[in-house]
Design a protein. Structure first.
Length: 221
């Protein structure tokens, strides 16, 4: 029986595109880099930020962590709420709780920000545990977040768990912890990305995600 459902945050529960890209553009501006097409910064949504600054702008390790600090100058009070909950998510979470499921948020975003977002948008009440990275840059990789979340949840058997996310790091992180994963296409990962990472199921919409979950419940009964 699948009883433990882990959700990514950005691109899975909420669409954070405006806030994250504005925050990245703000940080890059501090380095004299002007970005006219903010859509080009959507690659920053999902993976650890410091790694993305290194990958996409060739920042050194030291520069990348400094850039994250600058990113947070904008994100802390403004970017964090330039965000929206995907249609159907609140009802989905509510129905999962009615089914008696344990809901866990496992995100690479710092825990303190994830909790603020969940509280602000009214879905914190559905989650038994909200866990992300630390502000000091530790536990940023999804496999580590999932591992710690499962430990805090009492180390449930892998066959009782499933992960939901929109990027390859969500799928790979789940599999590294021996749990299956559903990839969602309404976020920021492509079909190729999710397929190549080995997603066990792929949902195009929140309605599709609901069907995938209830089908997995039926199969496990």
């Amino acid at each position: 029986m699948i009883d433990y459902i882990l959700f990514d945050l950005d691109g899975t529960l909420t669409d954070p595109g405006e806030g994250i890209t504005n925050s990245v553009a703000y940080a890059l501006c501090k380095y004299g880099i002007s970005v006219t097409d903010k859509k080009s910064l959507e690659c920053f949504i999902g993976p650890p930020l410091h790694e993305s600054f290194q990958k996409y702008y060739n920042f050194s390790t030291l520069q990348s962590f400094d850039a994250v600090t600058k990113y947070r100058e904008y994100y802390h009070d403004r970017g964090i709420f330039e965000n929206m909950v995907y249609d159907g998510i609140d009802a989905l979470l509510s129905d999962l709780k009615k089914e008696g499921k344990t809901l866990i948020m496992a995100t690479s975003k710092p825990t303190v920000f994830a909790k603020r977002i969940a509280k602000h948008y009214g879905f914190a009440k559905y989650f038994d545990l909200i866990l992300g990275s630390e502000l000091n840059g530790t536990r940023v990789h999804k496999d580590s977040v999932i591992e710690e979340a499962l430990r805090l949840a009492g180390d449930p058997p892998p066959e009782r768990c499933i992960m939901i996310g929109d990027r390859d790091c969500d799928i790979l992180g789940a599999h590294k912890n021996s749990i299956p994963a559903i990839g969602v296409l309404y976020g920021y990962g492509s079909l190729d990305e999710l397929s190549l990472s080995g997603a066990d199921m792929i949902a195009a919409t929140v309605a599709d995600l609901r069907r995938c979950l209830w089908d997995s419940f039926d199969e496990s009964r």
